[in-house]
Write a protein that binds this ligand. Structure first.
Ligand SMILES: Cc1cc2nc3c(=O)[nH]c(=O)nc-3n(C[C@H](O)[C@H](O)[C@H](O)COP(=O)(O)OP(=O)(O)OC[C@H]3O[C@@H](n4cnc5c(N)ncnc54)[C@H](O)[C@@H]3O)c2cc1C
Length: 600
């Protein structure tokens, strides 16, 4: 008998993939759920944040091609092919024929997702589900009523559901101080454009040199000059009245992002190189999986194989020595990406990437490392506190630089600006000292501890961090009633605060009885994304899939493939409760389904 109701909060890609997996399992889930409701705070349903034209400019590119986007009713490329050319022009899709391997504007992706949501809702209705959509409905709170029922509270209404899926995605607090020309995030990007349409004839500072920073660069550059292709090379010419326009990027390591590369497998897989069972068996007597054990047992052989295919003899030799550890591997690969001048390095990498793409030659080590870390992401509950710290400080910055790779078109834009002397990169840790009516005042400390200062009339924090601390969790009743808890991990060797004080801020340490834990940030969830209450028990009604709430336990969730995998895991848990299985759901079972689907 259909008795249950389900709500999705947010209508971005994560919710859209959840609906796709519900549809794929409609035979079972259709017997349980009679109503699916979707709450969206924006006026636009199905766009998500990065792909919504209210946030994103026509010049901002996606970094994922049609062939890499997980399955929805239509592929992006086929959907684009079916659109009118005038409409495509509005979406800044101007090059034809449409290719499965090309990246397109993010607003084109938003329009595509919205169209896919419409199709999915029609298909779900045809399978007997009742669908209710609520746009312009900002969910402000969630309250549990019983074990199996919870309430969604908007500014004007209350709604009861049996299952609530939080898929609220990105959220940037508005901490801008526009009177100082300081913007705490680039979103919505339009706030950065000069309202009087005058040119910015001064040096603009950007914190970060990754994809978000690149959005700012491209949006501002297109409004201060013209890009032209001459002899197959992109060039940039400033408008006559914008001769003072310049952008300075700040990055702690002085890195520009790696470039997109040809891949053997367009999809990441959680269990390409290992199994859940193997990982559980690798746990030591302290019941933790040491990251070095993971590196030695799982990563080393897989990476050696990949490096062999890439013919990187020097790294193979190093990695063949068992004392060469994970940190040394990352340092070695990072050095290969370090140049005296990062833009000159990017030009070399662009020429190489172009050749490899033309020859369909993948960069195997990057793809393998991405898969290995993707796998790790879904198992960090097995980590000790020390390994969480190690992963976040030593490994993740490099991964984000390699994996959140820059499309080649974007690299061409950066290089055209560099060759026109309109962009620079400063290496060093930035400390914002203060913000005044003269601008944002920075202290910059480089790797040799040299200090410099700089003031910007316009400064944009594009470091891309929108994580939400436990205390700022948006649905307060869940916190007040103990229905959620902090994500934390136990220290394996250290048990006293004074042992760790030097390396960890004191407020990140949680002594519980005689045991010392690290506050990982965000909220605790189980394997299938159910919120864990203050006693560590999984909620029967509330799941949280928002990456910025669960980053402590899912530190490497990035992009549409992770949205899809996360949604699929959650839906398999719904299936499990629909079938009232006595067996707890194992992540391996869930991702096995995922792997099977991919190989079909
Ligand atoms: C700038 C940027 C660019 C990116 N580009 C790419 C890319 O090119 N390729 C890629 O694979 N990944 C990209 N990503 C990664 C991104 O995480 C995912 O692709 C995707 O957007 C995540 O989807 P989501 O549904 O979880 O979150 P979102 O896309 O943020 O969607 C969440 C939705 O929930 C709604 N919402 C939020 N709070 C509430 C509330 N309280 N009540 C009701 N509704 C609410 C929002 O309005 C939004 O529609 C990018 C991320 C950023 C920040």
């Amino acid at each position: 008998m259909k008795t249950s109701t389900l709500a999705l909060i947010g209508s971005g890609p994560t919710s859209i993939y959840a609906l796709q997996h519900i549809l794929d399992n409609s035979e079972v889930l259709g017997k349980q759920f009679h109503l699916i409701s979707i709450f969206e705070k924006s006026s636009k349903l199905g766009y998500g944040m990065p792909f919504n034209p209210e946030f994103t400019d026509i010049y901002n590119l996606a970094n994922i091609s049609s062939e890499e986007i997980p399955k929805l009713p239509q592929t992006l490329a086929n959907w684009l092919r079916a659109q009118d050319r005038n409409y495509l022009k509005d979406l800044n899709v101007v090059e034809f024929p449409i290719k499965d391997t090309e990246v397109y504007s993010r607003i084109a992706l938003g329009a595509y997702f919205s169209a896919q949501l419409k199709l999915l809702l029609q298909n779900l209705k045809s399978k007997g589900f009742t669908i209710a959509t609520y746009r312009n409905h900002n969910v402000i709170d969630i309250k549990t009523i019983s074990n199996t029922t919870a309430e969604i509270i908007t500014e004007t209404h209350r709604f009861k559901f049996n299952k609530i899926i939080i898929a609220t995605g990105h959220h940037w607090e508005n901490k801008d101080q526009s009177e100082s020309g300081y913007y705490d995030s680039p979103w919505p990007i339009f706030k950065l454009l000069n309202p009087s349409k005058d040119y910015y004839n001064f040096d603009i500072g950007i914190l970060g040199a990754s994809l978000s920073a690149f959005d700012v660069v491209t949006s501002l550059a297109h409004r201060h000059g013209t890009f032209l292709r001459k002899n197959n090379r992109l060039t940039f010419k400033l408008h006559a009245k914008a001769s003072g326009f310049k952008i300075t990027l700040h990055d702690a390591n002085g890195w520009l992002p790696h470039l997109q590369y040809e891949q053997e497998q367009p999809y990441r897989e959680i269990y390409r190189y290992t199994t859940r069972e193997t990982l559980v068996n690798l746990k030591n007597e302290k019941d933790a999986l040491f990251i070095e054990t993971y590196f030695d047992e799982i990563c080393r052989p897989a990476l050696l194989n990949a490096l062999e295919k890439d013919d990187l003899r020097d790294v193979i030799q190093l990695l063949n020595n068992n004392s060469f550890d994970f940190k040394q591997f990352i340092e070695t690969m990072a050095k290969k990406h370090e140049y005296l001048d990062s833009f000159v390095g990017m030009r070399e990498e662009l020429e190489l990437a172009d050749k490899l793409l033309k020859r369909n030659k993948p960069i195997h080590w990057m793809e393998t490392l991405d898969d290995l870390m993707y796998s790790l992401n879904f198992h960090t509950d097995l980590f000790s506190a020390e390994d969480h710290l190690f992963f976040n400080t030593e490994i993740k910055p490099f991964l984000m630089n390699v994996i959140a790779a820059l499309p080649l078109q974007s690299a061409e834009i950066l290089l055209a600006l560099y060759e026109a002397d309109c962009i620079a990169l400063i290496n060093g840790k930035v400390e914002i000292q203060n913000k005044t009516t003269h601008g944002t005042h920075l202290k910059i400390v480089d790797e040799d501890n040299n200090e410099t200062t700089k003031t910007y009339k316009l400064f944009i924090n594009s470091s891309g961090n929108d994580t939400i601390a436990f205390d700022n969790f948006p649905f307060k009743s869940l916190k007040i009633n103990g229905d959620i808890s902090m994500a934390k991990a136990k220290f394996k060797t250290l048990s006293r605060i004074k042992d760790v004080r030097s390396s960890v801020p004191e407020d990140a340490l949680l002594p519980v009885n005689d045991t010392l834990f690290l506050n990982l940030g965000g909220i605790a969830i189980d394997n299938v994304y159910r919120c864990l209450d203050e006693n560590g028990q999984p909620s029967q009604s509330i799941y949280d899939l928002a990456f910025n709430h669960i980053y402590g336990l899912r530190p490497y969730s990035y992009g549409l493939q992770a949205c899809n995998a996360t949604s699929q895991i959650m839906v398999t848990s719904l299936l499990d409760s629909a079938l009232q299985s006595d067996e707890p759901v194992e992540i391996q079972t869930i991702t096995h389904t995922y792997d099977e689907e991919r190989t079909l």
